[in-house]
Design a protein around this ligand. Sequence first.
Ligand code: FES
Ligand code: FES
Length: 155
Amino acid sequence: MRITCTVNGQPRDADDVWEGESLLYVLRERLGLPGSKNACEQGECGSCTVYLDGETVCACLVAAGQADGRDIRTVEGLADGERLHPVQQAFIETGAVQCGFCTPGLLVQVDALLRGNPDPSDLEIREALAGNLCRCTGYEQILEAVHLAASRRIG
Ligand code: FES
Ligand code: FES
C-alpha cells in the first residue's frame, strides 16, 4: 500500500508498504529518518517516541497503515534549522547523553512535557518520563537537563 502523511511539516509518501510494518520502520527505512531508535520494538523503552497528531506515541507500536493521512513529528523536526532545540541544547550542556540510544525519544517526550507543564517538579518529570528507559545516565543529568530547558523557556 501507499502511505501518505505529513512528517516534520513536509508531505511525504512511501510505496510498497506492508500494512503491518511499524511506523518506526517506515520512518527509518523508507523515509530516511533514522533519529527515532529501534531499541526494543515492543513498546517498552520509549526510544522511538514521536508525535502523532500532536500526541506522543511509541512509533514501534503504530502500524504503518494507522499513520496514513496523519501528522508526524520526529526528533529530526525539533531543531530550527542549524539552531538546536532548547531541550537538545540542555541535554548536551548537562551531560545527559551517554550512548545516546534513549536520547531521541527522551527529547521528544521532554518537549511534550514542557509544552504542557513549563516548570515541572522532579516527580512530574519522573512520571512523564516513566516510559523512557535509559541504561547509562541514572537519570540525574536528564532531570538537570529538563530543569535547565524549563528555566530557559520560562526566562
Ligand atoms: S523501540 Fe519502541 S518502545 Fe522501544
Ligand atoms: S544514554 Fe545510553 S541509554 Fe540513555
